[in-house]
Design a binder for this molecule. Structure first.
Ligand code: NDP
Ligand code: OXD
Length: 314
């Protein structure tokens, strides 16, 4: 019985060693080397080449090596087996750190004070709104969105979240579906995007959405933070909104094209903070341990955890 590693951009030998430590009884094989296709029962994938998971007659499950699974939908020949994704408390905590850091950075005008320090300017501007007067709207109330919402609330922000299905969460305002979206946007000073990239969410952060954010909030204009996926945002619309003042600032961890092309105006725009898609990295050791635990569940006849709804796309 074998686990197939399908991650052409990553070091196969390091991943082979990680999985072998947890699953010594399995053969750990990799794309690009000869292996018995009938022996493969499991595949661990990240951006695998189209068609490379077909022709595996005993494949029982595909494990995404990340929290997101949009990379799997690029393979039109992907076999119809259950897909599970990474849900890791450590990754979740890192994402919340990122969201809280950047919400606080905008609240406390950190970019401005960094610039003042570079210019040796002492301007102790007294305009410091309280976190409780700043409304944060989180798109996506999943593993990452919900934890971020809870931690933003601890910091004092006025927090709400938007999901596909209605939810009741003690102490947090929630909105759902198409009708709920406009209502949440109308009470949002900082828009945090933690949605998965699906056919429905592609390009959702666009001019129409940004125009619905109020401009009379305590921060002097709406702010966007996107750490979901670059495909969720229309970068030309974000730039236009920044230049028109519809948007005051944007913190972006993800981009339509990654790495962000050198010619992208986002790099130098004074209103934009760029981070290199590392808001919440998956620890390789933790991923190998979590996927190995899932394989053990299957072997014990138990159900997989964190199974993806292929129809919904996440
Ligand atoms: P989850 O699947 O746990 O949560 C997704 C949330 O989005 C759910 O609340 C879901 O609603 C909501 N949602 C999905 N589609 C829609 C829709 N059409 N309308 C409204 N709400 C919708 O995902 P995670 O929280 O674990 O991860 C979210 C994304 O974060 C990942 O898919 C990945 O792209 C990204 N990510 C980015 C990282 C980085 O470093 N930048 C690191 C890790 C992940 P409902 O609750 O009703 O199902
Ligand atoms: C993920 C990511 O999906 O790192 O895990 O973006």
């Amino acid at each position: 019985m074998a686990l197939l590693l399908a991650m052409p951009d990553w070091s196969v030998e390091e991943w082979r060693a990680r999985f072998a430590a947890h699953l010594p009884e399995l053969d750990i094989v990799a794309l690009g080397e000869p292996f018995d296709r009938r022996a493969v029962h499991y595949a661990a994938a990240w951006k695998h080449p189209e068609g490379s998971l077909s022709g595996l007659p005993n494949l029982a499950a595909i494990f995404s090596l990340g929290a997101g699974v949009d990379h799997l939908w690029r393979d039109s020949k992907r076999p119809d087996v259950p897909i599970a994704r990474i849900v890791d408390p450590d990754l979740t905590a890192r994402m919340s750190e990122y969201v809280v850091l950047h919400c606080l950075g905008h609240l406390r005008q950190q970019k401005r004070y960094d610039a003042q320090q570079r210019q040796k300017v002492w301007d102790d501007d007294r305009h410091q709104p309280a976190a409780r007067s700043v409304r944060v709207g989180v798109l996506g109330v999943g593993e990452l969105g919900l934890d971020a919402m809870r931690k933003l609330k601890v910091m004092g922000f006025d927090v709400a979240g938007w999901s596909r299905n209605p939810k009741t969460i003690e102490g947090l305002a929630t909105y759902a579906g198409t009708d709920g979206l406009d209502a949440m946007l109308a009470r949002t000073d900082i828009l945090v995007c933690l949605l998965p990239l699906t056919q429905t969410t592609q390009g959702i952060v666009n001019a129409a959405m940004l125009a619905k954010l109020p401009r009379d909030g305590r921060l002097g204009g709406p702010i966007l933070i996107n750490a979901g996926r670059g495909g969720l945002q229309v970068e030309a619309d974000i730039l236009r909104a920044l230049d028109a003042g519809t948007l005051k600032a944007a913190t972006l961890d993800v981009f339509e094209t990654e790495p962000l092309p050198l010619e992208s105006p986002l790099w130098n725009h004074p209103g934009v903070t760029v981070t290199p898609h590392n808001a919440a990295l998956s620890e390789p050791e933790a991923c190998a341990m979590l996927i190995s635990r899932q394989i053990r569940r299957l072997q014990a006849g138990e159900d997989l955890a964190y199974v993806v709804d292929v129809e919904a796309g996440y």
